[in-house]
Design a binder for this molecule. Structure first.
Ligand code: PLI
Length: 458
């Protein structure tokens, strides 16, 4: 098995440290067994996230030099606005400092106290912004998504029966809007099919409900549609993207992923009322409506990155590098979520560490153990991320208890991928010696970022 050939060559390099075992043991203990609290200089291969960690191209860096840092009406804003209109096809664009800035504006604008927001599957920051606006997010993803071994090609699809049942049970006036995420992060980077998007849109119109996308990883989702959905084999990615977005009233977008930049976000819409409301809010929370928290140079890099990130050859390499890691792990029988996702390989912590109860946070434990073994940084995506039930205050234990090995875009070589796979294979051989954790500090919001843990002896 070989890794994919990179459609670029390397012009600048950044040296990285590889701490020894003793140093790693100390570093993760000091970080409260939470990989978010590690110092990046103690990390050899950083697979914490694909967010804001991409390597920019020479074309993007060149764009940084023509940053127009005017407070109002920067020329880079118009380049960025045109890129969004060209690639995604929306009429109106509001810039924000990153994705959660867009979530804040969009979800606050559309949600009334006590309303429900059906979404294929929650994402951490989306859920918290909906809750802060007085709403409740309800997962309506297909059942296959909860089974790590099921290899449905579009595991991110909305279950239309569940969605309609929820609308009928609550009444359409109690539904704020329908929310669909592309390449569903918490399900393992699983795509949504074009057919499903079309059906959700139709259903939304029947009930008079707006459909809002979390289009953060829509280019990677478009690649999967081209690869897997009959009829789209020869359609250019740009056309697929525009058709996808045509089944929505608007989207929020974290540009730190598919747009190949280190910061930035936006919301886009065809709905004049949403545009006007969010544009008037952006000046309160983010910055003027022609920069929204980004520098002119950031907007130029984003404009160029959105176009580059939608190129077929790049996407093919990108998705296949993720697949390469997944295939190496599968070969060694390490339990992973199937099919392999667009941005990350997800380890099934419940199968990796079956001797640990849910209260010992298996995914958090596994993520810390991977660091201790190899200085590779990953992230928990399970019960710690899910948090507590808003009403009862109890921990929620979702079916998926995963560790995410997220591949930054254009950053690591296939040798880094092989090193990571070997380290995890070695750990899997001695998995029964891994002791669980107890949570000793829990912050109020998005606890996975700052929670601290201690080891519980086996
Ligand atoms: O990190 P932001 O604020 O630019 O974007 C928030 C956000 C919104 N939607 C989705 C699907 C995300 O994946 C997302 C951020 N994801 C992070 C940080 C991640 O590590 O996956």
């Amino acid at each position: 098995m070989n890794g994919p050939v990179e459609p670029f060559k390397i012009k600048v390099v950044e040296p990285v440290n590889r701490p020894n075992r003793e140093k790693r043991k100390l570093a993760i203990k000091e970080a409260g067994y939470n990989t978010f609290l590690l110092k990046s200089e103690d990390v050899f291969i950083d697979l914490l996230t694909d967010s804001g960690t991409s390597a920019m191209s020479d074309n993007q860096w060149a764009g940084m030099m023509i940053g127009d840092e005017a407070y109002a009406g920067s020329k880079n804003f118009y380049n960025f606005e045109n890129a969004v209109k060209d690639i995604l096809g929306y009429k109106y664009v509001v810039p924000t400092h990153q994705g959660r800035g867009a979530e804040h504006l969009m979800y606050k604008t559309l949600t009334r106290d006590g309303q429900f927001i059906p979404r294929n599957m929650y994402f951490t920051t989306s859920k918290v912004h909906v809750e802060l606006a007085g709403g409740k997010m309800m997962d309506v993803i297909i059942d296959e998504a909860h089974d790590p071994e099921n290899d449905h090609p579009f595991k991110g699809n909305v279950n239309l029966e569940k969605l309609e049942a929820l609308i009928q049970e609550k009444g359409a006036e109690k539904i704020a809007f329908i929310n669909v995420e592309m390449d569903v992060n918490m399900a393992g980077g699983q795509p949504v099919s074009m057919e499903n998007l079309r059906e959700v849109w139709k259903l939304g119109k029947e009930y008079g409900l707006k459909v809002i996308f979390d289009a953060t990883r829509s280019s990677e989702n478009a690649y999967f549609i081209r690869e897997r959905e009959p009829g789209y084999e020869n359609i250019p990615i740009n056309e697929i993207l525009r058709e996808m977005m045509s089944y929505s009233d608007g989207c929020i977008y974290s540009s730190k992923k598919d747009c190949l930049v280190n910061i930035g976000g936006f919301l886009a819409t065809n709905d004049k009322e949403i545009f006007e409301k969010t544009r008037s809010m952006v000046v309160v929370y983010e910055g003027l409506h022609t920069y929204g928290g980004m520098a002119g140079r950031d907007m130029e890099a984003l404009a160029r990155g959105l176009r580059e990130g939608a190129q077929y050859d790049y996407l093919k390499y990108r998705v296949n590098q993720v697949k390469y890691l997944g295939e190496l792990l599968k070969e060694a029988r390490v339990p992973i979520v199937q099919p392999i996702g667009g941005h990350a390989v997800f380890l099934d912590a419940l199968k990796f560490l079956p001797h640990l109860s849910r209260e010992k946070w298996p995914a958090q434990t596994l993520s810390a153990a991977i660091y201790e073994e190899s200085a590779v940084r990953s992230m928990e995506r399970g019960a710690v991320s899910k948090g507590r039930d808003k009403e009862t205050g109890e921990n929620i234990f979702p079916k998926l208890e995963l560790v995410r090995l997220t591949i930054p875009r254009r950053v690591y070589t296939n040798t880094h991928i092989e090193y990571t796979a070997n380290a995890i294979k070695n750990l899997y051989q001695k998995r029964e010696k891994i002791a669980g954790l107890k949570m000793v500090y829990e912050p109020e919001y998005l606890r996975f970022f700052q929670a601290r843990f201690e080891k519980v002896p086996l």
